[in-house]
Write a protein that binds this ligand. Structure first.
Ligand code: NZQ
Ligand code: ZN
Length: 385
């Protein structure tokens, strides 16, 4: 295991009626609050009314920032930062899924900066140091974005979907009841994203199993079991609760302790998103098995362990290579079972998409068992069509 320091800044309020803790948290916040959300699902399911009531009772002046889209754009970040500056915002309450939560992380930094944050991070290689404090209310789970300070932002001018580093949330409210109105497609693609985060962490280095990996195996088994339970009974709030916490677990640093992560699949999917604006979890579902076949034989040792410890495949009489194959077969069968796509065509991604440009702009990661070159990533993309 690598050396590490562990401490975590995000306080989590988990469970039904967790928003009752919001009033106490707001006593620490200044008077001007930005309430940020997406396209309006929170107005339909009552979450907006509940939160606005708490904000008003706390005597806050509320500025609303609405219309944060899936795969949030850099332009939307800038719009939010201008609004925050104009209204002297003291605190941001982000209400939504990964897109709203990510967008606000960067608004909180950009509003305190004169310089363009993309230039600061990617040209000057510096990170912001001042932020507007924030709280998150999770209404769509999967990304675990509420637990980390990385934001995935689409820069439409540069055709890049990249990580920017912002603030950590002071607190996150995870109430399973708030997620019950999520469309089932989003529930499944979100939960698959959590499984992907766990796998991408597991597949990093060192490659010999350690405590973080064993907790990770349990997290993966839990996600697989609870996706099945949720599909069987969408009203199963226990299964939903497990998935929400598993999503947070995959991104709260615990599974990453002592590891350098892989995340090559994510880097590829993010650029696919930059070019196609596709759903993140669905993109991962198509890419993962194809990319994993290209990671053989370098990754076989870890794949074989996933076969036995996560997917329950009997190792008797099987070589490491056969177990690795069995793992990828089980992953594909699961993706089909839960109704996720296995080709770009099923996602309506055109065969004419500029896959070469996607491969050429994808970040190559250091933790991946295979050191990819971009030509091979192009092969992966073409095989996904
Ligand atoms: O916009 P509204 O109307 O709220 O609708 C949203 C949106 O259409 C809807 N929704 C959310 N809560 C709902 C609901 N609908 C009904 N009832 C509710 N309770 O769900 C849709 C999708 O929301 P979105 O936030 O886009 O999804 P997700 O949570 O999957 O976030 C995706 C974004 O997160 C990034 C992705 O790349 C993508 O941009 N990621 C962020 C990560 C991070 N910061 O750690 C890690 C991930 O790997 C990922 O890259
Ligand atoms: Zn993800």
């Amino acid at each position: 295991m690598n050396s590490f320091t562990y401490s975590y800044p995000v306080k989590v309020y988990f469970g039904e009626k967790a928003a009752k803790n919001l009033a106490a948290e707001l006593t620490n916040a200044g008077p001007n609050v930005m309430l940020a959300y997406g396209g309006g699902s929170i107005k339909k399911n009552g979450v907006y009314d509940e939160l606005i009531g708490i904000l008003k009772d706390a005597g806050k002046t509320v500025t609303e920032f609405t219309g944060i889209m899936s795969n949030p754009t850099y332009a939307k970040v800038q719009e939010g930062a201008v609004l925050a500056k104009e209204n002297n915002i003291d605190f941001i309450l982000a209400v939504g899924g990964g897109s709203v939560i990510d967008c606000c992380k960067i608004i909180s930094a950009q509003a305190k900066l004169d310089k363009d944050i993309w230039e600061l991070e990617y040209t000057d290689h510096k990170q912001p140091t001042e932020f507007i404090p924030m709280g998150a209310v999770v209404t769509a789970f999967g990304t675990g974005a509420e637990m980390n300070n990385g934001a995935v932002i689409t820069n439409e001018e540069k055709i890049l979907k990249s990580a920017l580093w912002g603030a950590f949330y002071s607190f996150a409210i995870l109430d399973p009841a708030y997620t019950m109105t999520m469309p089932m497609k989003q529930v499944i693609s979100g939960a698959f994203d959590s499984l992907s985060h766990s796998m991408e962490t597991y597949m990093g280095s060192p490659r010999e199993v350690n405590l973080s990996d064993e907790i990770n195996e349990a997290t993966q088994r839990n996600i697989i079991r609870n996706i099945r339970a949720t599909l069987k009974d969408p009203q199963d709030i226990q299964a939903r609760s497990e998935l929400i916490w598993a999503a947070a677990m995959a991104e709260n640093g615990i599974l990453k302790i002592g590891k350098a992560t892989d995340f090559q699949c994510h880097m590829l999917e993010h650029q696919l998103g930059a070019y196609t604006d596709c759903n993140h979890g669905q993109g991962l579902a198509v890419l993962h098995p194809v990319l994993y076949r290209h990671m053989m034989p370098e990754a076989n040792h870890q794949f074989a362990r996933l076969a036995t410890e996560v997917w329950g495949i009997d190792p008797a009489g099987k070589s490491e290579a056969e177990l690795a194959e069995a793992f990828v077969d089980a992953l594909i069968a699961f993706i089909r079972e839960i109704g996720l796509p296995t080709t770009f065509a099923e996602m309506n991604i055109s065969a004419d998409t500029d896959f070469k440009a996607i491969a050429d702009s994808t970040v190559l990661t250091g933790g991946c068992a295979k050191k990819f070159i971009r030509d091979e990533l192009l092969e992966v993309l073409l095989e996904c069509r």
